[in-house]
Design a protein around this ligand. Structure first.
Ligand code: OGA
Ligand code: NI
Length: 364
């Protein structure tokens, strides 16, 4: 199956959870144990806006209000401006059952708690990004992220490669299955409201992400970094290449930051909410009405952080370009691209901000 992450690969690197155990056994004043390759961030060179103030935080969208005919059009308008101005929002009242989320959370936590050799039963294999390991390492001298991940393709169900699906804890597979089914429905509803919000047919976006379109799930594990939390990054600044991403923070440690007007805004994930973001594909299909915004994850000095991202990919071999319904009265702003080629280029490089999507922008 020539899809998504399956054609790509990443060079093997040290397991960060194990490395962090060694580094964190040292004290702050001791010689720095964190290898140079992980020191990617200069804490004095950037401005960070704290997440607590609702005036400078990503918007909150309420699915109940989107669905209710009395509030739907105003909430849709809010959704559209969130997707344009921030490319990110938190979704409340999303209707995925607490029990389903609770099971996913505890099983993901249990998975990462296992000894390395048990987790490595699901290790990545050469030439693919599925499995347990790291992604986007393309050269021996490249800087590295302070995190490990487990990536699996969850849909279409017949495309699952169970070699990469943990068998411990024993409920892991069921929990992921139940969660992905419910969360994918939420994603589809959002795609409909996003289309409706700009006056397009509800099915216009959703259709590109259904049927044989793939969804992938990535569980991110970001260990604490006692000696140099402000100089390492859990995940480097990047945009998501796919269409839509639903992120669930698994424990109560924050760390996601979103770039707006040249500054990094810290996101305080609300308990039980999804953090939703627009990926490159939706920016292109919407002719720039929605924005694929750079984001990254920072590291806590004493606490690990875990998150789970669900990625919606467009149909395989789709030509991704601005949809006519999103262009009425507007100039064409993006070149079209074969999604498979786009993804190949995305995975062949290091994560690098908005670099990929910028290449498709037409001069205005
Ligand atoms: C991702 C991502 C952020 C986070 O997995 O693409 O951006 O907070 N994760 O883990
Ligand atoms: Ni991301």
């Amino acid at each position: 199956m020539a899809q998504t992450a399956r054609e790509a690969g990443s060079l093997p690197v040290t397991n960060v959870q194990v490395l962090a155990e060694t580094c964190n056994s040292k004290r702050v004043g001791d010689d720095l144990q964190v290898p140079e390759r992980y020191l990617t961030k200069d804490p004095n060179a950037e401005e960070i806006v704290a997440g607590g103030d609702s005036n400078c935080a990503i918007p909150i969208i309420d699915l109940n209000r989107l669905v209710d005919p009395r509030s739907s059009s105003s909430e849709c308008a809010k959704l559209v401006s969130a997707c344009h101005d921030w490319g990110f929002f938190q979704l409340i009242n999303h209707r995925v059952a607490d029990r389903v989320i609770g099971n996913l959370k505890s099983d993901v936590v249990e998975f990462f708690k296992q000894p390395l050799e048990d987790k490595e039963e699901c290790a990545q294999r050469p030439g693919s990004l599925e499995g347990y390991g790291q992604a986007f390492v393309v050269s021996e001298d490249q800087k590295l992220d302070w995190g490990d991940m487990l990536y699996i393709q969850v849909q279409p169900s017949e495309s699952r490669d169970l070699r990469f699906w943990p068998t411990r804890p024993p409920s892991f597979r069921n929990s992921v299955d139940a969660y992905s089914l419910e969360a994918i429905e939420v994603g589809y509803r959002l795609l409909e409201f996003m289309a409706m919000g700009v006056g397009a047919e509800p099915a216009s976006l959703r259709g590109a992400f259904q049927g044989q379109a793939a969804q992938g799930m990535r569980a991110n594990y970001y260990p604490a970094c006692r000696q140099a939390a402000d100089r390492v990054l859990g995940i480097s600044p990047h945009t998501d290449a796919n269409g839509l991403t639903l992120l669930l923070q698994i424990n109560d440690v924050h760390g996601l930051q979103v770039k707006k007007d040249g500054k990094w805004f810290a996101v305080e994930a609300m308990d039980g909410a999804f953090i939703v973001n627009v990926g490159d594909t939706l920016e292109i299909m919407s002719n720039g009405k929605f924005t694929s915004v750079e984001h990254r994850a920072v590291i806590h000095p004493t606490k690990e952080r875990i998150s789970v991202a669900l990625f919606f990919f467009p149909l395989p071999n789709m030509i991704v370009g601005p949809l006519p319904e999103f262009m009425r009265g507007d100039k064409l702003r993006y070149r079209s691209t074969n999604y498979q080629d786009y993804l190949k280029q995305f995975y062949a490089g290091k994560l690098d901000g908005r670099k990929q999507v910028e290449k498709l922008k037409l001069e205005q």
